[in-house]
Design a protein around this ligand. Structure first.
Ligand code: AKG
Ligand code: FE2
Length: 313
């Protein structure tokens, strides 16, 4: 099989928007994923946020636990090891993570349902480093959506005002080393689909990420160093009648020779504004697809969070 995750250089966007949009769109249609090299997210911003994340995860469990927001569905702050389970899975994932949300203007109409992110006192650089990283990914995400819009035959700025105050989340993930074999049937992240519009994923160079291709085969992604992996989430799938599929993916446990190494990754889940009505685009329907009723981004998110156990029914 040819490499389905052939990297797409971001420089192409500057030279020929239509050509970049076609490559991105075709990769999404084929696998739901794409790999981008030469992305504009500043390496210093990435490195600083990764350092802050490592410092945070090194804190004692009782300190990290202070920052949980279980009643809010863990959409902000800390989630301890083995809490989240993928839809339909009994065993919890072998990961702990942190969620940074959008820093909303004081007068935003979304303040009631989009909480502030807790401030971490024990790691002095944590707040500014993660904020800067959120903003860089948010900006690049909007650029990528411009390419998606062109691919779909929409005006280039179609997504702009639908995501500008979106309920997006930066997730800092830590998969601890596995010195002892983990319980049978558990993996770092069980097979799942992302809920949001698109996901921008950095840090997946450490092996483990696999994508369920429509041929039925699990394919390892293994992007080159510093590349960014993007994938379509359920909201984009719903908007496009399945033309841009939200593909099942997972993170498998390391090979024995890598078991003593932790794995860190930092998916950025780009969401619509909460009151955006996700309604299938006219004339957009995958072969064999079925139409789904319109639903607001917020109602859809809550439905999906219940399914993965982060919001209790
Ligand atoms: O850690 C990774 O490489 C992927 C994580 C992921 O798929 C997720 O958190 O939704
Ligand atoms: Fe995911």
């Amino acid at each position: 099989m040819t490499n389905l995750f052939e990297p797409i250089p971001f420089s192409l966007w500057k030279e020929d928007k239509a050509a970049f949009a076609a490559k991105l769109g075709n990769s999404f249609r084929e696998t739901g994923f794409a790999v981008i090299t030469g992305h504009p997210v500043d390496q210093a911003v990435i490195a600083r946020a990764n350092e802050a994340a490592k410092d945070f995860f090194r804190l004692p469990e009782e300190v990290k636990e202070k920052y949980h927001d279980a009643p809010g569905g863990r959409q902000r702050g800390y989630t301890p090891f083995a809490t989240e389970n993928a839809k339909g899975q009994k065993a919890a994932d072998l990961k702990e993570f942190w969620h940074t949300g959008r820093d909303l203007p004081a007068d935003s109409k979304y303040r009631d349902t989009m909480k502030d992110t807790p401030s971490v006192a024990e790691v002095p650089d944590f707040d500014p480093a993660t904020r800067a990283f959120f903003e860089a990914l948010d900006e690049f995400g909007r650029t990528l959506l411009r390419a998606v819009a062109l691919h779909l035959g929409l005006p280039e700025d179609w997504f702009d005002d639908k995501v500008e105050q979106g309920n997006s989340i930066l997730r800092l993930l830590h998969y601890p080393p596995q010195e002892n074999p983990p319980p049978k049937g558990t993996v770092r992240a069980a097979a799942h689909e992302d809920i949001n519009v698109i996901t921008l994923l950095l840090g997946a160079e450490e092996a483990g990420l696999e994508v369920l291709h429509r041929s039925g085969k699990w394919l390892g992604v293994n992007p080159p160093p510093d590349a960014l992996v993007i994938n379509c989430g359920d909201m984009l799938q719903r908007l496009t009648g399945g033309v841009l599929p939200s593909t099942t993916h997972r993170v498998v446990n390391p090979e024995p020779e890598r078991a003593r190494f932790p794995r860190y990754s930092t998916p950025f889940f780009l969401h619509f504004n909460q009151d955006f009505l996700i309604e299938q685009l006219p004339g957009c329907m995958a072969e064999g697809g079925k139409a789904e009723p319109p639903i607001t981004a917020q109602a859809y998110l809550m439905e999906r969070l219940r399914e993965i156990g982060l919001v209790k029914a």
